[in-house]
Write a protein that binds this ligand. Structure first.
Ligand code: ZN
Length: 301
Protein backbone atom coordinates (compact mmCIF):
# COMPACT_ATOMS: atom_id res chain seq x y z
CA UNK A 1 0.00 0.00 0.00
CA UNK A 2 1.34 3.43 -0.92
CA UNK A 3 2.33 5.63 1.96
CA UNK A 4 -0.33 8.25 2.77
CA UNK A 5 0.59 11.15 5.05
CA UNK A 6 -1.99 12.14 7.66
CA UNK A 7 -4.04 15.08 6.32
CA UNK A 8 -6.51 16.94 8.50
CA UNK A 9 -8.77 19.77 7.39
CA UNK A 10 -9.44 22.28 10.13
CA UNK A 11 -12.23 24.84 10.20
CA UNK A 12 -11.74 27.96 12.28
CA UNK A 13 -14.02 30.76 13.45
CA UNK A 14 -12.71 34.25 14.18
CA UNK A 15 -13.73 35.21 17.72
CA UNK A 16 -12.14 38.65 17.29
CA UNK A 17 -11.13 40.68 14.28
CA UNK A 18 -7.90 39.14 12.98
CA UNK A 19 -4.97 41.11 11.68
CA UNK A 20 -2.14 39.15 10.12
CA UNK A 21 -0.06 41.90 8.64
CA UNK A 22 2.24 41.98 5.67
CA UNK A 23 4.94 43.21 8.02
CA UNK A 24 5.59 46.50 6.31
CA UNK A 25 3.79 49.77 6.67
CA UNK A 26 2.30 51.00 3.45
CA UNK A 27 0.91 54.23 2.15
CA UNK A 28 -2.60 54.05 0.77
CA UNK A 29 -6.02 53.29 2.11
CA UNK A 30 -4.71 51.79 5.31
CA UNK A 31 -1.34 51.95 7.02
CA UNK A 32 -1.19 48.28 7.93
CA UNK A 33 -2.73 45.91 5.41
CA UNK A 34 -3.32 42.22 5.84
CA UNK A 35 -1.82 39.38 3.84
CA UNK A 36 -3.70 38.49 0.67
CA UNK A 37 -3.60 35.68 -1.87
CA UNK A 38 -1.75 36.84 -4.98
CA UNK A 39 -4.32 35.86 -7.61
CA UNK A 40 -7.62 36.53 -5.87
CA UNK A 41 -6.56 39.30 -3.45
CA UNK A 42 -8.56 37.53 -0.77
CA UNK A 43 -7.19 37.83 2.76
CA UNK A 44 -5.47 34.75 4.13
CA UNK A 45 -3.41 33.70 7.11
CA UNK A 46 -0.07 32.30 5.92
CA UNK A 47 0.75 28.77 7.01
CA UNK A 48 3.97 30.07 8.55
CA UNK A 49 1.92 32.28 10.91
CA UNK A 50 -0.27 29.33 11.91
CA UNK A 51 2.69 27.03 12.39
CA UNK A 52 4.68 29.64 14.34
CA UNK A 53 1.81 30.32 16.76
CA UNK A 54 1.05 26.60 17.13
CA UNK A 55 4.71 25.94 17.91
CA UNK A 56 4.84 28.63 20.59
CA UNK A 57 1.63 27.46 22.24
CA UNK A 58 2.50 23.76 22.06
CA UNK A 59 5.83 24.54 23.77
CA UNK A 60 3.99 26.52 26.48
CA UNK A 61 1.77 23.51 27.13
CA UNK A 62 4.85 21.38 27.84
CA UNK A 63 5.39 23.47 30.99
CA UNK A 64 8.98 24.53 30.55
CA UNK A 65 10.34 21.18 29.40
CA UNK A 66 11.40 22.71 26.09
CA UNK A 67 11.72 26.42 26.87
CA UNK A 68 14.17 27.23 24.11
CA UNK A 69 12.24 25.30 21.46
CA UNK A 70 9.28 27.70 21.24
CA UNK A 71 10.79 30.42 19.11
CA UNK A 72 12.65 30.87 15.88
CA UNK A 73 16.10 29.92 17.09
CA UNK A 74 17.97 28.06 19.79
CA UNK A 75 16.14 24.79 19.19
CA UNK A 76 17.30 21.65 20.99
CA UNK A 77 17.02 19.45 17.90
CA UNK A 78 16.53 16.36 20.04
CA UNK A 79 14.94 13.44 18.09
CA UNK A 80 12.50 13.03 21.00
CA UNK A 81 11.52 16.69 21.38
CA UNK A 82 7.87 16.90 20.29
CA UNK A 83 8.23 20.61 19.50
CA UNK A 84 11.36 20.46 17.35
CA UNK A 85 10.38 17.25 15.57
CA UNK A 86 6.83 18.42 14.86
CA UNK A 87 7.55 22.02 13.87
CA UNK A 88 11.12 21.73 12.64
CA UNK A 89 14.49 22.98 13.81
CA UNK A 90 17.61 24.59 12.44
CA UNK A 91 21.18 25.19 13.46
CA UNK A 92 21.52 22.44 16.05
CA UNK A 93 24.20 19.79 16.55
CA UNK A 94 21.70 17.47 14.84
CA UNK A 95 21.52 19.84 11.90
CA UNK A 96 18.20 21.01 10.52
CA UNK A 97 14.86 19.29 10.09
CA UNK A 98 11.82 20.55 8.24
CA UNK A 99 9.32 19.26 10.79
CA UNK A 100 6.74 16.50 10.46
CA UNK A 101 3.79 18.93 10.40
CA UNK A 102 3.24 21.18 7.40
CA UNK A 103 0.55 23.88 7.62
CA UNK A 104 -1.27 25.20 4.59
CA UNK A 105 -2.38 28.82 4.46
CA UNK A 106 -5.74 29.45 6.11
CA UNK A 107 -8.14 30.52 3.37
CA UNK A 108 -11.37 32.39 3.77
CA UNK A 109 -14.41 30.13 3.46
CA UNK A 110 -17.35 32.17 4.80
CA UNK A 111 -17.34 35.93 5.22
CA UNK A 112 -19.96 37.53 7.51
CA UNK A 113 -22.00 40.43 6.15
CA UNK A 114 -24.99 42.23 7.61
CA UNK A 115 -28.06 42.28 5.44
CA UNK A 116 -31.71 43.24 5.92
CA UNK A 117 -32.28 39.52 6.47
CA UNK A 118 -29.84 39.58 9.40
CA UNK A 119 -26.25 38.32 9.42
CA UNK A 120 -25.37 36.06 6.50
CA UNK A 121 -22.14 34.31 5.51
CA UNK A 122 -21.00 34.78 1.95
CA UNK A 123 -19.00 32.25 -0.05
CA UNK A 124 -18.36 31.46 -3.73
CA UNK A 125 -17.77 28.43 -6.00
CA UNK A 126 -14.01 29.01 -6.31
CA UNK A 127 -13.57 28.80 -2.55
CA UNK A 128 -15.82 25.76 -2.18
CA UNK A 129 -14.02 23.92 -4.96
CA UNK A 130 -10.97 23.61 -2.71
CA UNK A 131 -13.08 21.58 -0.32
CA UNK A 132 -14.31 19.32 -3.09
CA UNK A 133 -17.72 21.00 -3.29
CA UNK A 134 -18.98 21.87 -6.76
CA UNK A 135 -21.58 24.62 -7.08
CA UNK A 136 -22.53 26.36 -10.32
CA UNK A 137 -21.48 29.99 -10.31
CA UNK A 138 -24.36 32.47 -10.10
CA UNK A 139 -24.37 35.52 -12.36
CA UNK A 140 -22.73 38.57 -10.78
CA UNK A 141 -26.09 40.15 -9.93
CA UNK A 142 -27.56 36.95 -8.50
CA UNK A 143 -27.24 34.96 -5.27
CA UNK A 144 -28.40 31.61 -4.00
CA UNK A 145 -29.31 31.47 -0.34
CA UNK A 146 -29.59 28.75 2.29
CA UNK A 147 -32.86 27.97 4.06
CA UNK A 148 -32.21 30.21 7.05
CA UNK A 149 -32.00 33.36 4.95
CA UNK A 150 -35.58 34.58 4.98
CA UNK A 151 -35.44 36.92 2.06
CA UNK A 152 -37.06 36.60 -1.32
CA UNK A 153 -36.69 38.89 -4.27
CA UNK A 154 -33.73 41.11 -3.47
CA UNK A 155 -30.96 40.81 -0.88
CA UNK A 156 -28.52 43.55 0.10
CA UNK A 157 -24.97 42.62 1.07
CA UNK A 158 -23.41 45.77 2.40
CA UNK A 159 -24.30 48.38 -0.20
CA UNK A 160 -24.74 45.88 -3.06
CA UNK A 161 -28.15 44.51 -4.11
CA UNK A 162 -28.64 41.01 -5.54
CA UNK A 163 -31.51 39.00 -7.00
CA UNK A 164 -32.27 35.89 -4.97
CA UNK A 165 -32.63 32.73 -7.06
CA UNK A 166 -35.45 31.41 -4.90
CA UNK A 167 -35.99 28.25 -6.97
CA UNK A 168 -32.49 26.95 -6.12
CA UNK A 169 -31.95 26.88 -2.35
CA UNK A 170 -28.33 26.51 -1.31
CA UNK A 171 -27.50 23.27 0.49
CA UNK A 172 -23.81 22.93 1.27
CA UNK A 173 -22.49 19.55 2.21
CA UNK A 174 -19.73 20.49 4.64
CA UNK A 175 -18.58 18.52 7.66
CA UNK A 176 -20.93 19.66 10.44
CA UNK A 177 -18.17 19.99 12.97
CA UNK A 178 -19.89 22.36 15.38
CA UNK A 179 -23.10 24.21 16.18
CA UNK A 180 -21.51 27.37 14.81
CA UNK A 181 -20.93 25.75 11.43
CA UNK A 182 -24.52 24.50 11.34
CA UNK A 183 -25.79 28.04 11.91
CA UNK A 184 -23.46 29.44 9.27
CA UNK A 185 -24.42 26.79 6.69
CA UNK A 186 -28.06 27.68 7.30
CA UNK A 187 -27.32 31.37 6.64
CA UNK A 188 -24.96 30.92 3.72
CA UNK A 189 -25.17 33.00 0.55
CA UNK A 190 -23.45 31.95 -2.68
CA UNK A 191 -22.21 34.77 -4.89
CA UNK A 192 -20.05 34.77 -8.01
CA UNK A 193 -16.28 34.51 -7.57
CA UNK A 194 -15.81 38.10 -8.68
CA UNK A 195 -18.46 39.50 -6.33
CA UNK A 196 -17.01 37.52 -3.43
CA UNK A 197 -13.74 39.43 -3.80
CA UNK A 198 -15.59 42.75 -3.90
CA UNK A 199 -17.79 41.99 -0.90
CA UNK A 200 -14.86 40.80 1.22
CA UNK A 201 -12.55 43.68 0.39
CA UNK A 202 -15.33 46.27 0.85
CA UNK A 203 -16.34 44.90 4.25
CA UNK A 204 -13.04 44.30 5.99
CA UNK A 205 -12.71 46.02 9.33
CA UNK A 206 -10.63 49.14 9.21
CA UNK A 207 -9.69 50.42 12.61
CA UNK A 208 -7.87 53.50 13.71
CA UNK A 209 -5.57 53.31 16.64
CA UNK A 210 -3.03 55.42 18.46
CA UNK A 211 0.52 54.25 18.93
CA UNK A 212 1.79 54.82 22.42
CA UNK A 213 5.30 56.02 23.08
CA UNK A 214 6.76 53.30 25.32
CA UNK A 215 9.03 55.85 27.05
CA UNK A 216 6.36 58.26 28.21
CA UNK A 217 3.22 56.15 27.97
CA UNK A 218 1.62 58.99 26.02
CA UNK A 219 0.39 58.99 22.47
CA UNK A 220 3.30 59.81 20.24
CA UNK A 221 2.91 62.71 17.87
CA UNK A 222 1.25 61.97 14.55
CA UNK A 223 0.68 58.48 15.84
CA UNK A 224 -2.77 57.72 14.52
CA UNK A 225 -2.63 54.73 12.24
CA UNK A 226 -5.21 52.56 10.52
CA UNK A 227 -5.13 48.85 10.07
CA UNK A 228 -7.41 46.34 8.44
CA UNK A 229 -8.62 43.04 9.81
CA UNK A 230 -10.82 40.10 8.98
CA UNK A 231 -14.07 40.66 10.90
CA UNK A 232 -15.22 38.56 13.81
CA UNK A 233 -17.26 35.50 12.68
CA UNK A 234 -15.22 34.97 9.53
CA UNK A 235 -14.69 31.26 8.85
CA UNK A 236 -11.40 29.97 7.49
CA UNK A 237 -10.04 26.54 6.77
CA UNK A 238 -6.60 25.07 6.52
CA UNK A 239 -4.91 21.70 6.25
CA UNK A 240 -2.21 20.19 8.38
CA UNK A 241 -0.22 17.34 6.85
CA UNK A 242 1.69 15.22 9.35
CA UNK A 243 4.29 12.83 7.98
CA UNK A 244 5.05 9.50 9.59
CA UNK A 245 8.21 9.77 11.73
CA UNK A 246 9.14 6.18 10.85
CA UNK A 247 10.38 7.41 7.49
CA UNK A 248 12.88 9.88 8.98
CA UNK A 249 16.13 9.74 10.90
CA UNK A 250 17.55 12.46 13.13
CA UNK A 251 21.13 11.76 14.12
CA UNK A 252 20.49 8.12 13.23
CA UNK A 253 17.38 7.81 15.41
CA UNK A 254 13.73 7.47 14.50
CA UNK A 255 12.13 10.72 15.76
CA UNK A 256 9.50 10.47 18.51
CA UNK A 257 10.15 6.71 18.58
CA UNK A 258 8.08 6.52 15.43
CA UNK A 259 4.87 7.62 17.15
CA UNK A 260 2.97 9.93 14.78
CA UNK A 261 0.36 10.57 17.49
CA UNK A 262 2.94 12.58 19.43
CA UNK A 263 3.34 14.96 16.51
CA UNK A 264 -0.42 15.18 15.95
CA UNK A 265 -0.85 15.81 19.67
CA UNK A 266 1.63 18.70 19.57
CA UNK A 267 -0.28 20.24 16.66
CA UNK A 268 -3.58 19.85 18.50
CA UNK A 269 -2.22 21.33 21.73
CA UNK A 270 -0.96 24.34 19.83
CA UNK A 271 -4.18 24.88 17.91
CA UNK A 272 -6.27 24.66 21.08
CA UNK A 273 -4.70 27.88 22.37
CA UNK A 274 -5.59 29.87 19.24
CA UNK A 275 -9.03 30.41 20.81
CA UNK A 276 -7.59 32.13 23.89
CA UNK A 277 -4.22 33.58 22.78
CA UNK A 278 -4.90 34.24 19.14
CA UNK A 279 -2.90 34.53 15.95
CA UNK A 280 -1.43 37.48 14.14
CA UNK A 281 -0.64 40.89 15.45
CA UNK A 282 -2.22 43.17 18.02
CA UNK A 283 -3.50 40.42 20.28
CA UNK A 284 -3.21 42.91 23.14
CA UNK A 285 -5.78 45.11 21.42
CA UNK A 286 -8.50 42.49 21.66
CA UNK A 287 -7.75 40.91 18.31
CA UNK A 288 -6.69 37.59 16.89
CA UNK A 289 -8.61 34.92 18.78
CA UNK A 290 -9.42 32.10 16.36
CA UNK A 291 -11.36 29.04 17.48
CA UNK A 292 -10.39 25.87 15.65
CA UNK A 293 -13.79 24.18 15.53
CA UNK A 294 -13.07 20.52 14.92
CA UNK A 295 -10.29 19.77 17.38
CA UNK A 296 -12.28 17.42 19.57
CA UNK A 297 -13.34 15.29 16.66
CA UNK A 298 -9.69 15.25 15.58
CA UNK A 299 -10.58 17.22 12.47
CA UNK A 300 -12.62 16.27 9.46
CA UNK A 301 -10.69 13.94 7.20
ZN1 ZN B 1 13.33 20.98 21.01
Amino acid sequence: MAYQPDVTKFFALALDPIHVGTGGMRLGRVDMSIVREPGTHLPKIPGTSLSGAARTYAAMREEGKFPQCAGQGGHCGDPHCPICVTFGFAGTQNGSFQGLAQFSDARLLFFPVHSLAGPVWVTCPEVLKDLGITEAEPADEQVRVAGGVKQSGRLNLGWLMFDVKSNEPLVLNLPQVSQEILKILNHAVLVSNKMFGHIVNDNLEVRTSVSIDPQTGAASEGALFTYEALPRASVLYFEVVVSDPKFYRINGQIPLNGDIEKAKGAVRKGLELFASLGVGGMNTRGMGRLEVLNLKAGGAQ
